[in-house]
Design a binder for this molecule. Structure first.
Ligand code: FCB
Length: 487
């Protein structure tokens, strides 16, 4: 499921169909330097980014994809260390053991953000650095890294947007059942309280989970991501417990301070291959799993009706009240729409994802459909109305295999076209009245792209993984100018 569903279709198709016979397809004023500018909360009289006339511009990364240094300063193992060590799990046999070595080279990365004119940076905190066992003992050496990073960002006038969980669960929690067990939700809230205590005086915005749908689908339903479980529809429990962990973490973060909080979802407009009742029903159920399971619950306090049976098997009384904590912002990661058809006779799932053929594709094979982002944002507003908090685009971007030319420059014209069209698509949604407060490109750097290893380059900045050298691509200079234009 890629982002995205494509990732769902391409990634899961590869392993599920081959391994399990379960196919899903055939185949700012930029101010922000300090907390006042960096806040979107109105509590304490702090103004929102929109009221200041400012918009969050920046880029996003995730801990396991860039940090490397997986044993430094007391970090414990995560499910991604375990998973990537298993033969055949990662396309090029690699892991995040070194990645971009941002653990050491973070000052260069802050410099790159500063050179872009970014006023926000979305990064994630590695739970196994903070609590190597996933509960209890706190590791000051791990927290100190984020302390340095946050201060470095603030010195450059860049608002720290910190995600608490971007898929790198501490291995001991996986050994105890991972997100399939309720206890992990409680542990997540405990961890959130630890991080809030350490960094809540300086972080501008908390993100609880990154893309709980993708983690549920790829990690637990299809097994193409860590922890590599192939439970198909029984993966629902991993989604529900992530949602519960989100709600409990929001409570913990709020008790620790008044920093704005968001959930970061991967969302996709779902299209049916035809108007037949069978295809329409398949699209509806896919939409429920991918989008509405992680929106209706959080924004409306209920599961979509088509998920009632799954809900009944896992949810307990009171869970939805916990899950539906008010949010300051909704983080939206957008890569592409999803085309769905009725399942074939041998498909154990109630839907089947099919490739979108009538659009160009990225290096990853993902269709480039910028208007899908406008459709998604306007659809969110139309569906959820006043229940929808202001939105930040927390990820959007594309992979292309661009390498330095003879003169050392990297002319990634296709990425420029992609970003330009998608930012314009956000602008169209804003013109239509959707309250969008920021756009954070994925990604600042080429990095470890999960099951694709280092074969997919999403960065505005090229990384030579042998030396760690960073070289801004043409898209970096283009994005800097676009940020300076500020719409
Ligand atoms: C998103 C993930 C992110 C990255 C991009 C390409 O689904 O959140 O870590 O892999 O896709």
């Amino acid at each position: 499921m890629t982002g995205d569903v494509t990732r769902v279709s391409t990634r899961s198709a590869r392993s599920t169909s081959e391994e399990e016979g379960a196919s899903t397809s055939e185949e700012e004023g930029r101010s922000t330097s300090e907390r006042e500018g960096a806040s979107t909360s109105e509590e304490e009289g702090r103004s929102t980014s929109e009221e200041e006339g400012s918009f969050w511009w920046g880029a996003a990364t995730a801990a396991y994809q860039i940090e490397g240094a997986v044993t430094a300063d007391g970090r414990g193992p995560s499910i991604w260390d375990t998973f990537s060590a298993e033969p055949g799990r990662v396309a090029d046999g690699s892991s995040g053991a070194n990645a971009c070595d941002s653990y050491t080279r973070w000052p260069e990365d802050v410099e790159l953000l500063s050179g872009l004119g970014a006023n926000a940076y979305r990064f994630s905190i590695a739970w196994p650095r903070v609590q190597p066992l996933g509960h209890g003992r706190v590791n000051p050496g791990g927290l100190a890294y984020y302390d340095r990073l946050v201060d470095g960002l603030l010195e450059r006038g860049i608002a720290p947007f910190a995600t608490l969980f971007h898929w790198d669960l501490p291995q001991p929690l996986e050994d105890a059942g991972g997100w399939l067990v309720r206890d992990t939700a409680e542990r997540f809230a405990e961890y959130a309280a630890v991080v809030a205590d350490a960094l809540g005086d300086r972080v501008a915005c908390w993100g609880t989970l990154n893309e709980p749908f993708v983690h549920m689908a790829l990690g637990y339903a299809f097994g193409t991501h860590a922890p590599g479980r192939v439970l198909l529809l029984d993966a629902f429990a991993a989604g529900h417990h992530q949602l519960l962990g989100h709600g409990l973490a929001v409570q913990a973060l709020r008790s620790a301070g008044d920093v704005p909080v968001m959930l970061v979802n991967n969302l996709t407009p779902v299209r049916a291959t035809s108007a037949s009742p069978e295809d329409a029903a398949a699209a509806q159920v896919y939409d429920a799993f991918h989008n509405r399971m992680f929106l209706d619950t959080v924004l409306l306090g209920s599961y979509p009706d088509v998920l009632a049976e799954a809900e009944g098997a896992v949810a307990r009384d009171g869970d939805l009240d916990t899950i539906a904590q008010p949010l300051d912002l909704l983080g939206v990661n957008y890569y592409n729409p999803t085309l769905v058809t009725a399942p074939g006779a041998d498909n154990p799932l109630p839907f089947e994802i099919v490739p979108i053929e009538d659009h160009p594709t990225t290096g990853f094979g993902w269709p480039v459909v910028p208007e899908g982002l406008t459709e998604l944002l306007v659809g969110l507003r139309d569906t959820y109305g006043d229940a929808l908090p202001p939105v930040v685009i927390t990820e959007n971007g594309c992979s292309y295999p661009d390498e330095p030319g003879p003169d050392g420059t990297i002319d990634d014209a296709a990425r420029i076209a992609y970003l330009d069209a998608h930012i314009d698509a956000v602008g169209a949604a804003r013109d239509a009245g959707v309250d969008v407060r920021g756009y954070l490109a994925w990604s600042l750097l080429d990095n470890f792209e999960w099951a694709e290893g280092y074969t997919q380059r999403f960065g505005l900045t090229h990384v030579d993984f042998a030396t760690g050298d960073r070289t801004p691509k043409a898209s970096y200079a283009w994005f800097r100018d676009r940020i300076a234009r500020d719409w």
